[in-house]
Design a protein around this ligand. Structure first.
Ligand code: SF4
Length: 63
């Protein structure tokens, strides 16, 4: 699984990090920084939950 964030869409709500801190970090402005673009199997469910939590659908999950 891969996750990507579109920086043009991300509005810095921080929900991804609140739900899945091991996958999504935040920069100094509160915008999403992805820790693991290639998601390890044990973090896949977290990665999906974080993507679903984003209120502006800035995160794309691909398998
Ligand atoms: S939840 Fe969405 S808008 Fe908020 S920081 Fe994460 S990717 Fe950006």
């Amino acid at each position: 699984m891969r996750v990507e964030v579109d920086p043009n869409i991300c509005e810095g709500h921080g929900q991804c990090n609140a739900v899945a801190p091991e996958v999504y970090d935040l920069d100094d402005g509160g915008y999403c920084l992805i820790r693991h673009p290639e998601v390890p199997p044990d973090l896949e469910s977290q990665a999906e939950a974080g993507a679903l939590a984003c209120p502006v659908q800035a995160i794309t999950v691909t398998r």
